[in-house]
Design a binder for this molecule. Sequence first.
Ligand code: SF4
Length: 324
Amino acid sequence: MSENLLEVRNLTKHFTLHGDFVSRMAGKSQTLKAVDGINFAIKSGETLGLVGESGCGKSTVGRTVLRLLEPTDGKIEVEGTDITTLDKPSLRDFRREMQIIFQDPYSSLNPRMTAGGIVEEMLRVHGIGTPAERKERVAELFERVGLRKAQLESFPHEFSGGQRQRIGIARALALNPSVIIGDEPVSALDVSIQAQVINLLMDLQAELNLSYLFIAHDLAVVEHISHRIAVMYLGKIVEYTDKKTLFTNPQHPYTEALLSAVPVPDPTIKRKKTILQGDVPSPIKPPPGCHFHTRCPYAEERCKVEEPALKEISPGHTVCCHLR
Ligand code: SF4
């Protein structure tokens, strides 16, 4: 059996956009290629950081892996079982294995429920335990994520942003999952709180052997927690390797640009500065050839017409660029 807990092959999620009334009447539609044939794997107890600017498709990856969105193509395997084609009842069992922590802890928590009720609901919906057992489990979870039992009856608005994210983590842990997808779980928090939440996630990983797909728009955020990192641009993975290699020897110009925005704690270490020009182009009409050529400082004529393939340039290090 594969040593990978989660394996994703050729994952594709396209959306058909029907546009305005006139376009609909004319039968015209457009395809938004949010995720366009990506591959990655996560081992037990490992964190894969998935990084890219807003609009690159990384959140769609998280939701499609969980089948909150149906994939257009590709395969998602959890512990060797293909969940891509599972029917709803079987998928429900697998949902226990995979949970999600959302970016905005406030909007992801029901404001009319108590914090304890929000976490308990996960257990209730899955028919786990008696009411007394559930209460006990929720109290344990609260303690485990650094909340007090006295806060069980408080409502989401009574908590700080960091505490609300701890409620989200307790909810994600309730069913003892093996994989947690963090969809920008710390992006809405202050930097000091970000570090606390990341440390909590790392402690939980060590204790419970959890695997994480940690989605972020900033390499600095994933540096501490990730074992491997995949960099995404316009629906595709453009570089994929272990954390150390990515930070010391980035090979894709987009990775280089994202890295140049990460502060270096040692002033004697100089990092090459690459400033990205403009925004991510529309995924409805991505640039031809290499999708990055409109912003790449090394672009050549060939890059405008020929799409580069993802190549393994050294064991475990893949890059999608004509120059590599
Ligand atoms: Fe830049 Fe060309 Fe490489 Fe694309 S293929 S990243 S445009 S050098």
